[in-house]
Design a protein around this ligand. Structure first.
Ligand code: NDP
Length: 399
């Protein structure tokens, strides 16, 4: 069918690339391009022998000119951005200049402000429309599958959805006192920021970890979870008809939270540069350098993730409750692609998003979030490509 250019070669990219190679009918060719080319070459080596033709390249994705040159050389049908949120806009600029479709998994965040919002990427809408190309934003799990779940619920079971609770549970144990399951810098920026939820047309801000609930997750058991701000709240609030409240909860163990508090208290999570031995360093970036690489957690992590959405609303005037979720086993993921479930649950939907844009199923000129497309082909693909979902019409609710 075609060719994808994948930018970034970290935890999520590695899974997406494995999945593209399993799906060689669609991904006949891929080019893996990242800041450190040796990682791309190592992955190419590991996956050689399959049907997908793989090439690699070095690129600094902050450099629009270099990106344009790479896209012109490789001529991909779609660019799948699996670098960091800081690179979203430069990669979108390069896609515009070369009229190439764009897919990512995380919204843009300026490096000097820990504030992720869609406004910067939504500002590209008209330019993508005029260029006749599609940008698909947030095709990971959350955001990503959570938006697809929302569109699916609305399409099949509700006239109006009034309440959405997104529950992200990672019950995996990697045996370290403290480590993050994906890029530590991005992860810690997310969890140390104020929380917020959407209610009656506006965001209500909370202190970090202020709101705690316990939820008994299917196949996992009861876990403490905390309300966080999360990027899909912003797009779902606009795109889901009748919505009154959306909340996002993520589980954290006590050890993780105690370590994080301590690191915060001593200033290690700050993104303000400080001078150290005559050099400017960002404490959070230094912390990232001393923490275990998320990619190294794969072989050690045991247990499951359970991520899903609970919807409440009405159909034909009657109240409806609906819970749809995926359970993923860290060790099964490791056996299949050499990564733990957090990278797996993001990398699989990234491949699916790129596939649907590439094969034309999800293609319309402009900039879109996943819930703006027909959810059915994505839901089918989740079952086929390793993230089967389950549903319940009588779930435990979150108070
Ligand atoms: P990693 O840190 O493991 O990987 C990031 C990759 O991007 C690395 O290969 C890195 O290169 C490369 N990179 C960084 N800067 C540049 C640059 N300037 N030019 C080229 N390449 C660059 O991160 P993850 O794989 O954990 O996360 C990838 C993305 O997925 C992030 O945006 C993250 O926010 C998102 N994500 C989304 C989720 C969702 O459910 N929607 C969940 C989890 C993550 P190098 O090897 O040189 O460092």
């Amino acid at each position: 069918m075609g060719k994808a250019l994948i930018i970034g070669c970290g935890g999520v990219a590695s899974v997406a690339i494995h999945k593209c190679c399993q799906n060689s009918e669609v991904f006949e060719e891929i080019c893996i391009a990242s800041r450190t080319k040796s990682k791309c070459d190592a992955l190419k080596e590991k996956l050689s022998g399959g049907k997908t033709k793989i090439t690699t390249a070095q690129v600094d994705a902050n450099d629009v000119t270099a990106l344009i040159a790479l896209i012109e050389k490789e001529k991909p049908d779609v660019v799948l951005n699996l670098a960091l949120p800081y690179q979203d806009l430069t990669i979108m600029d390069a896609c515009l200049a070369t009229k190439t479709h764009y897919v990512d998994t995380a919204n843009y965040e300026p490096e000097d402000t820990a504030k992720f919002e869609y406004k910067w990427q939504w500002a590209y809408r008209e330019r993508f429309e005029q260029a006749g190309i599609t940008a698909l934003l947030g095709s990971g799990f959350d955001p990503g599958v959570t938006g697809v779940f929302s569109a699916y619920a609305l399409k099949h079971y509700f006239d109006e959805i009034h309440y959405i609770d997104i529950l992200d549970c990672n019950a995996g144990d990697h045996g370290y006192p403290f480590a993050t399951n994906f890029n530590p810098e991005i992860n810690i920026r997310e969890v140390s920021a104020n929380g917020s939820y959407w209610e009656d047309g506006k965001f209500i801000e909370t202190k970090p970890m202020e709101i705690k609930r316990v939820y008994d997750f299917p196949e996992v058991g009861p876990k403490d979870m905390y309300l966080l701000h999360h990027e899909e709240l912003e797009s779902l609030a606009l795109n889901i008809k009748g919505i009154k409240r959306i909340r996002f909860f993520m589980t954290f163990g006590e050890s993780y939270l105690t370590h994080l508090k301590c690191l915060e208290n001593v200033g290690m999570t700050s993104i303000e540069p400080i001078e150290f031995e005559g050099k400017q360093i960002v404490p959070l970036q230094f912390l990232k350098a001393v923490l275990p690489d998320p990619a190294s957690l794969g072989p050690r992590t045991k247990g499951k993730t359970n991520i899903g959405c609970i919807f409440q609303g009405v159909k034909d005037g009657k109240p409806v409750r609906y819970y749809v979720y995926n359970v993923c086993d860290h060790q099964e993921c490791y056996k299949e692609v050499g990564s733990q479930a957090v990278s797996y649950t993001t990398g699989v939907p990234a491949m699916i998003g790129a596939m649907l844009v590439m094969n034309g199923t999800w293609r319309k000129p402009g900039v879109y979030n996943v819930e703006e497309f027909d959810p059915d082909p994505f839901m089918d693909a989740l079952n086929k490509w390793g993230l089967p979902w389950q549903e319940s019409f009588d779930p435990q609710l979150v108070d």
